[in-house]
Design a binder for this molecule. Structure first.
Ligand SMILES: [Zn+2]
Length: 298
């Protein structure tokens, strides 16, 4: 069940990036705190992080797939992949009896999911960027920009589906040498980036394609529908600030709104919004897939 948790995908990560851009560009990092040094081990540990980020300014924040890249002064870069239970928060915290307490009222103080702070970067004005992560599975990497952008998981990323230059012909070309069930294919970050369990199910429902369909057997009409559906679903979810089915929150700790309007994902037994047949759940590649057995024939 654990691996069926919904991790932040393109709309959630993009919402976080937009929220952070408004709040922390130009801020200088003053100090760091963590109670989970394991995050930092792969890039050299806590002292290496200090060297990379302390007294550095945040110049740029970008999303690549589900990764967040912070460009810092002196050509340093910090990468955060929130993984299954992590989300970045912007706030002001003070330590009370060894626990971080939000100085702002509202969701940062009231929603339990915002209180599993494991890593905090404090800025020169005492505001801070915190990583709340119940299961401590987030990925943090840092170092010279070139080192970070050369990581295979960044370099190998497939095209961004919401890029204005990602045309139908580009999408179709991805299928030239691709074989496999369509759902895992869509979730393959090297094939196309940013799509995970939630939006693969949603896009396939909208395109009326069965999750077990073979990628190499989709016809032109299906590919066209799938291309349009991916763009439409991701844009809609982004407009609603993502889905808070499990742990995801925006940088202010607020829930997203897409889960309320979602069509098929984790709606097993509920009527299909198109034809009223109950939504079914199957397992594909170790992950659950939700679909309408009538609209999405195999
Ligand atoms: Zn249906």
């Amino acid at each position: 069940m654990f691996y069926n948790r919904s991790m932040p995908e393109l709309p959630e990560v993009e919402t976080i990036v937009r929220g952070l851009k408004q709040r922390i560009i130009g801020r200088k990092i003053k100090k760091i705190w963590t109670d989970w040094r394991k995050y930092l081990r792969a890039s050299g540990g806590e002292n290496a992080l200090r060297k990379c980020v302390i007294r550095k300014k945040i110049l740029k924040i970008e999303r690549r797939g589900k990764n967040i890249l912070f460009s810092l002064s002196d050509d340093c870069m910090l990468l955060v992949h929130q993984k299954i239970t992590g989300h970045l928060l912007f706030g002001k915290w003070k330590s009370v009896n060894g626990k971080w307490l939000s100085l702002k009222s509202g969701p940062l103080r009231e929603d339990k999911i915002n209180q599993y702070l494991r890593l905090i970067l404090f800025f020169d004005n005492n505001e801070a960027l915190g990583l709340s992560d119940v299961r401590r599975l987030a990925k943090v990497r840092f170092g010279p920009t070139q080192t970070i952008i050369s990581l295979p998981e960044i370099k190998g990323l497939g095209p961004e589906p919401l890029e204005p230059t990602f045309y139908y012909k580009n999408f179709k070309a991805l299928f030239n040498n691709k074989r496999g069930r369509i759902k895992p294919v869509l979730m393959d970050q090297d094939f196309i980036s940013g799509i995970g369990n939630i939006y693969a199910d949603e896009a396939l429902w909208l395109a009326r394609i069965h999750p077990l369909s073979r990628a190499e057997k989709l016809n032109e009409a299906q590919l066209k529908r799938l291309y349009a559906s991916i763009k439409r679903i991701l844009k809609k979810a982004l407009a609603l600030h993502g889905s808070s089915i499990d742990n995801y929150r925006d940088v202010s700790g607020r829930r997203g709104g897409y889960d309320v309007v979602r069509y098929a994902y984790q709606r097993t037994g509920e009527p299909c919004p198109r034809c009223k047949q109950p939504i079914k759940r199957i397992v594909v590649g170790g992950r659950s897939a939700h679909f309408c057995p009538k609209c999405q024939r195999h």
